[in-house]
Design a protein around this ligand. Structure first.
Ligand code: PGA
Length: 253
């Protein structure tokens, strides 16, 4: 089942998603969370830190797996995804260092780096709740548009549009790494629940692919149509630009 949930605004979307996660962690303290980086989940992480400070969520036994990392950026690099997660969530809550899982951006053997992450993912069997953003080209994680989808962790060339979209975080587009290591479509699809968040109108076209009835490797997010439990969480601005009208829940708050 794939449903669209429309929130009044980004803050409500972020707050409600954080509450959903807190509820899940209350029920299952060792929840396995799949986490995303980028501007979309920033509000969610702020709300999670707030709930943690209010003692509404305890990360002590939570395990996390991040979707992706730039190839060539060490953890300490301000644009690395590890740095992002540490800055916005990990350093602000009581998550155990050993419970944080990240694909390695620095390696000598790319195959070994992929195998290592895939092994860690296999050890937990599945992710309980996967948070996703979406690229304007339909990518999820760094599963970029391609002739076919890749199920396992892999190294990928970033699409020109992704490089362009992400240039805003760097001094100029030449500094954006050209490759990333990413969780594959298989691990994403094995997650019990998937929450895909989007609040920018520029994502509407990509989101349409999730409700189009067509699975297309050139629009990787379209594979989510085959998953049994996906919620697509958007604000009104995005919802108003969608061409398809899937089953919709309106949240006014
Ligand atoms: P954004 O990126 O959250 O910065 O818009 C999302 C993505 O590219 O997956």
């Amino acid at each position: 089942m794939i449903e669209l949930v429309v929130y009044d605004d980004y803050q409500t979307l972020s707050r409600q998603t954080a509450k959903y996660i807190a509820e899940l962690v209350r029920k299952k303290p060792n929840t396995v969370l799949g986490l995303a980086t980028g501007s979309t989940p920033l509000g969610l992480y702020q709300e999670l830190v707030h709930l943690y400070n209010e003692k509404e969520i305890d990360f002590k036994d939570v395990l996390t797996f991040n979707l992706d990392e730039y190839v060539g950026l060490p953890k300490e690099h301000p644009q690395s995804y590890y740095y992002f997660m540490n800055q916005h969530l990990f350093s602000k809550v009581n998550i155990a260092k050993n419970n944080i899982h990240f694909p390695r951006g620095i390696f000598t053997d790319p195959k070994e780096a992929c195998r290592e992450y895939e092994k860690q993912l296999t050890e937990v069997d599945h992710i309980d709740l996967q948070i996703l953003g979406i690229g304007s080209n339909g990518h999820i994680g760094f599963n970029e548009p391609a002739k076919r989808m890749t199920l396992d962790t892999h190294i990928t060339d970033l699409a020109p549009r992704t490089i362009q979209d992400n240039a805003r975080f760097f001094n100029d587009s030449n500094e954006v790494p050209r490759q990333a290591i990413t969780m594959g479509i298989g691990s994403i699809m094995r997650a019990k629940t998937i929450l895909l968040m989007a609040h920018k109108e520029s994502k509407a076209e990509a989101i349409d692919a999730i409700f189009s009835g067509v699975v297309d490797p050139n629009l990787p997010a379209s594979i989510l149509q085959l998953h049994s439990n996906v919620l697509v969480l958007v604000n009104k601005e995005v919802a108003n630009r969608l061409h398809y009208r899937p089953p919709t829940i309106m949240v006014n708050q």
